[in-house]
Design a binder for this molecule. Structure first.
Ligand code: MN
Length: 229
């Protein structure tokens, strides 16, 4: 066994619904601008934008019910409810028709964002990594295996803050389908078992402050509750 200079960090784990086994997280990929109404609220022309890919560190995952501290360096901290795709089998350069063979399951995720920092960096043409890929930026529900729930193509996707519904869409409104996203990502990276893909958010993005409780869900998958502290 190879010695390491200090103990390696533990592998981040996500619950799997109905199973004792955990899902070991590798990378987290995210898709931006993947619902028409969200592209419009972002002030972009849906016919002129392609979904954009970016990443968060794997250890940014936060389990359902775990509080998230309000991060530094933002005064406009946003939620984004998203369908999360969990990869279960290596995928390199695969077609859309092959994509579902590589999907282990699905979860409900929240792509937490320092919106003011993101818009500022974007305006400067600079990478906006720290606005997206910070610690505890990726709340996620339990993963529901496709073996149990199939590959959902429609279902209400919603998020409320303190009981007020802020986002209310349907996963059938995705611009790039899950199959397309998996296929495209597999051309850019070798997807590995343990990778998660946050597939984009519908319209209604907005801020939360300390004390706010976000409840979110996707019909047919799960719910996700996160308090900001
Ligand atoms: Mn997002």
């Amino acid at each position: 066994m190879t010695n390491t200079v200090f103990p390696a960090q533990p592998t981040p784990l996500v619950d799997i619904a109905g199973r004792d086994e955990k899902f070991p997280v590798n990378r987290i990929y995210c898709v931006g601008l993947n619902y028409v109404d969200h592209v419009l609220e972002f002030g972009e022309d849906p016919s002129k934008v392609d979904p954009v890919y970016f990443m968060k560190p794997g250890d940014a995952v936060v389990a359902d019910g775990v509080d998230v501290p309000y991060p530094q360096h933002t005064n406009n901290f946003h939620y984004e409810i998203e369908l999360v795709v969990a990869i279960g089998k290596e995928a390199y350069n695969i077609s859309e028709d092959q994509a579902e063979d590589h999907i282990f399951g699905y979860a409900v995720g929240n792509d937490l964002t320092r919106r003011d920092m993101q818009l500022d960096l974007k305006a400067k043409g600079m990478p906006w990594d720290p606005s997206k890929g910070f610690d505890m930026s990726a709340p996620i529900s339990a993963i529901h295996p496709a073996a149990d729930i199939g590959h959902p193509k429609e279902g209400r996707i919603w998020l409320s803050v303190n009981g007020d519904v802020k986002q209310d869409g349907n996963i059938n409104q995705l611009i790039a389908s899950v199959k397309k996203v998996v296929s495209q990502l597999s051309e850019l990276y070798v997807l590995k078992p343990g990778d998660l893909i946050y597939s984009g958010t519908p319209s209604g993005i907005g801020p939360v402050v300390k004390g706010d409780v976000m409840e979110a869900g996707i019909d047919g998958i799960d719910t996700l509750t996160t308090k900001i502290v």
